[in-house]
Design a protein around this ligand. Structure first.
Ligand code: CA
Ligand code: CA
Length: 229
């Protein structure tokens, strides 16, 4: 095998391994490969999860997008359990009431990094605003993304306010099956809807050591060949 051929093969191996771990993370196939609870829809390439039970949740109009009601929190078949949490785990100073969740399991290698872009949207505003919560859960660990009170930017999808788009990143320390969930809950009461918008769920693979060893070996052989020539 020529040094150039070896290097080409090695570069191909480094670039192509392993395959992307998350299925339909761009939501181009709607909700395919995602398990959902409550009000979940895909609009464009954005997953939208709301805390709207029905049209009566909001004086500002109907913020239920799917026709499926938000699910109860503090219930054995409710929001926390579906997300891989203990009942009550989404409570703050005020109790979680109802909301929606999307989840997926996928395989990762140690060193792989999960990314997704998110934004909390809400109609909770002003002095009576309640701390509705947007959250993510990885392998049972809760990550509080934002409370509604942090939404100071203009909203999208008809919501009064939003946090603006932000990026979540997490690097796995161990290989295995990863359980990802994200969602949103009303807290303190059942009304005045909040939503979690999610885009671009991807896992960036760590290059496999064997592949990089081949790359370096190939580069070394090329250098030696050039010196001789
Ligand atoms: Ca609600
Ligand atoms: Ca609310």
């Amino acid at each position: 095998m020529t040094p150039t051929r070896l290097l080409t093969l090695a570069l191909f191996a480094a670039a192509s391994s392993p395959a992307l771990a998350v299925s339909n993370g761009q939501f181009t196939a709607g909700l395919s490969h995602w398990d959902t609870l409550g009000d979940a829809v895909v609009q464009g390439q954005t997953l939208l999860l709301t805390s709207a039970f029905d049209a009566d949740d909001d004086a500002a109009g109907n913020f239920n997008f799917s026709g499926q009601p938000a699910a109860m929190a503090l219930s054995a078949d409710g929001v926390e359990v579906f997300a891989g949490l203990a009942i009550g785990a989404l409570d703050g100073d005020l109790q979680a009431a109802e909301g929606s969740v999307a989840r997926q399991q996928f395989s990762v290698q140690a060193g792989d990094t999960l990314h997704f872009d998110w934004q909390l949207l809400t109609n909770e505003q002003g002095t009576s605003a309640l701390p509705d919560l947007g959250f993510a859960v990885l392998n049972g660990q809760l990550f509080s993304l934002a409370e509604a009170l942090a939404a100071q930017a203009p909203g999208e999808f008809g919501f009064a306010a939003g946090t603006g788009w932000q990026r979540f990143s997490y690097t796995f320390s161990q290989a295995g099956l990863a359980s990802l969930a994200f969602g949103v809950v009303d807290r303190g009461d059942f009304v005045t809807t909040s939503a979690l918008a999610v885009q671009n769920v991807t896992v960036t693979p760590v290059p496999e050591p064997a592949a990089w060893a081949l790359v370096l070996a190939g580069a070394g052989v090329l250098l030696m060949a050039r010196r001789r020539g």
